[in-house]
Design a protein around this ligand. Sequence first.
Ligand code: OGA
Ligand code: MN
Length: 211
Amino acid sequence: MIQIPAASAEDLRFQCLLDDLITQGWSVQKNFLTADTAAMLRAECLIRWQGGEFRHAGVGRGAELKIRPEVRSDHVCWLDPTIPDTPQQQQYFATMEQLRQAVNRAIFLGIFQFEAFFAVYPPGKFYQKHLDRFRGSEDRTLTAVLYLNEDWKEEDGGQLRLYLDEAGVGPHVDVLPEAGTLAVFLTEGRWHEVLPATRERMSLTGFFRTR
Ligand code: OGA
Ligand code: MN
């Protein structure tokens, strides 16, 4: 009898994600990072937040960058993937690098770069329906949001609402920002928004870019 080596839990996790991306353009994976890593990232996020390392998130970029709290009222702290400061950042960036390679192998997106930031949404804050690409720019190709919030309940709000239609007005799925969950989607044309929460909401958002 031929013995086929059992696929590791890791292989399966990536396989499900890739299958979803290919068939529907988005995927939600619970426990994508271990509870330990998520908890350490959360602790780091909290320390940086309390240490005043965050800025009001803007809309647009360069000369067009504007702070528009009526559109988006989160606060962000960008990370440098070339110098991960902490073991949990190393773990996170290593996993995102595995994801980058797996996606490039499976769907030839030609992604070569990754950028990431911690985001904090204080209670009541939100990010209105939007696309992740800047006007006139196509380099953001894949969005990956990792959530860092323990014991998040439906009634806490703060869902990521992913629209399933091109116009972004119809059917949608709501993703709970529970610690360890990763929401991934092809960036182009994918409308989404962050609903207000009753609790402080923390995440680590990453964009994979092509040239
Ligand atoms: C973003 C964004 C989604 C989320 O930062 O562009 O859409 O669930 N984040 O935090
Ligand atoms: Mn977005």
